[in-house]
Ligand binder design. Structure first.
Ligand SMILES: *Cc1c(COP(=O)(O)O)cnc(C)c1O
Length: 383
């Protein structure tokens, strides 16, 4: 039976349609034979996308100040899709030492075994990255602030040097979101977001987005997305489209609350140091202040040294913060990263365990009370 579109003719809604399909069908055999001509924007099979995905991609491209966007099933998938689109055996790839863990693993445990020369750089290196660029350098991956330890990288400076050498740049911009920083406006080729975090905003969906300006890059990323079978369900696209409706309100509220909590924590006796560029004493403050317009909702802290038992007491005392990885949603979260993880890194930011907090839409005073109680419990074990 052939499909009909008559049933939807007079229905108009403020809500986007969720359109499903494992395949698409064609009016004629000629259309079918030439179906590949519909790429990179059109639909020729389920994996090439749905109108629900295209609507989301258009909205995100607009937010990023870019011409094109491709969605992927997770933030991790988005990062890897960019690498698989452009990096080949024989190429040299530069990764920030503070990169998201799965990106580093993919470089070191997969690409390095496929003949890619994978090297890390000091996240604070800035324009001096030039000294690490080789004739075969293909791409530099930037993340600012870096995962867990929050080092600021000077993305505009790195992108500027990369362009001069004909090297591509990809930035993981999840911390700031395009409301806080627009990588593409600063010369970065690919802005990647874990839409799982701020865009979705409610801890109920995994997604990633890749935004860019260059039409050739877009065609390559779309082809890779299809070839790797990286399709995103229209239901998930709907959730992120809905999340975007409140994005600016959430980002603003969480950004303000996060700075207030961080400033307060700085003065607590059990706290050694916050890793958070919006604070004036952070090593990355000047770079943050020059380019970023929001405080994010995520920071890390180092406590005065204490045994494992003290950290256990801290986390077990929290009742408003759920314990868990991920961040950026309306619920506040706390995560723990042992000292050994930092020790194993190049350019480690610290040799101490890291406590990371994501501030949601909870009441700031309630969160402070919760943290105050947890810090007191820590103190009792730390002595
Ligand atoms: C969470 C996160 C990712 C990965 O996103 P997923 O959707 O969980 O795969 C990538 N980069 C950063 C900075 C993140 O925080």
């Amino acid at each position: 039976m052939k499909p009909t579109s008559k049933v939807n003719r007079d229905f108009a809604s403020l809500s986007p349609a969720v359109q499903r399909g494992s395949t698409v069908v064609f009016d004629s055999i000629a259309d079918f034979v030439n179906r590949a001509d519909r790429q990179p924007d059109g639909y020729n099979y389920g994996v090439t996308g749905t109108p629900t995905a295209r609507l989301l991609e258009d909205r995100i491209a607009l937010l990023e100040g870019g011409r094109h966007c491709v969605v992927a099933p997770s933030g991790a998938a988005a990062l890897m899709t960019v690498l698989m689109s452009f990096v080949r055996g024989g190429d040299h790839l530069l990764l920030s030492a503070a990169s998201y863990g799965a990106l580093k693993s993919f470089g070191q445990n997969w690409l390095a075994h496929m003949g890619v020369q994978v090297e890390q750089y000091d996240p604070a290196i800035g324009a001096q990255i030039e000294a690490q660029i080789l004739p075969n350098t293909r791409m530099i991956c930037i993340e600012a602030p870096g995962s867990i330890t929050m080092e600021m990288s000077d993305a505009p400076a790195i992108a500027h040097v990369a362009r001069r050498h004909g090297v591509l740049t990809m930035m993981d911009n999840t911390w700031a979101s395009p409301l806080g920083f627009q990588p593409l406006a600063h010369g970065v080729d690919f802005s990647v977001e874990a839409a799982t975090k701020f865009f979705g905003g409610h801890s109920d969906v995994l997604m990633g987005t890749i935004s860019m300006n260059d039409a050739g890059h877009y065609a390559a990323v779309r082809e890779t997305q299809n070839t790797l079978g990286q399709q995103v369900s229209p239901d998930d696209c709907f959730l992120v489209l809905r999340g975007l409706e409140t994005l600016s309100l959430r980002v603003r509220a969480q950004s303000e609350a996060t700075l207030r909590i961080a400033e307060w924590l700085q003065g607590q006796p059990q706290v050694d140091r916050l890793l958070y560029p919006p604070l004036p004493f952070d090593a990355g403050h000047a770079v943050w202040k020059r380019n970023f317009t929001t405080n994010g909702c995520l920071f890390s802290m180092l406590l005065k040294p204490g045994p494992d038992a003290a950290f256990h007491s801290f986390f077990n005392t929290l009742s408003q913060f759920a314990i868990g990885a991920s961040w950026g949603g309306v619920h506040s979260l706390a995560a723990f990263y042992p000292a050994a993880m930092q020790a194993a890194r190049d350019w480690p930011a610290t040799d101490q365990p890291v406590v990371r907090l994501s501030i949601g839409l909870d009441d700031v005073d309630v969160l402070k009370d919760d943290l105050r109680a947890a810090l007191r419990a820590y103190q009792q074990q730390a002595g």
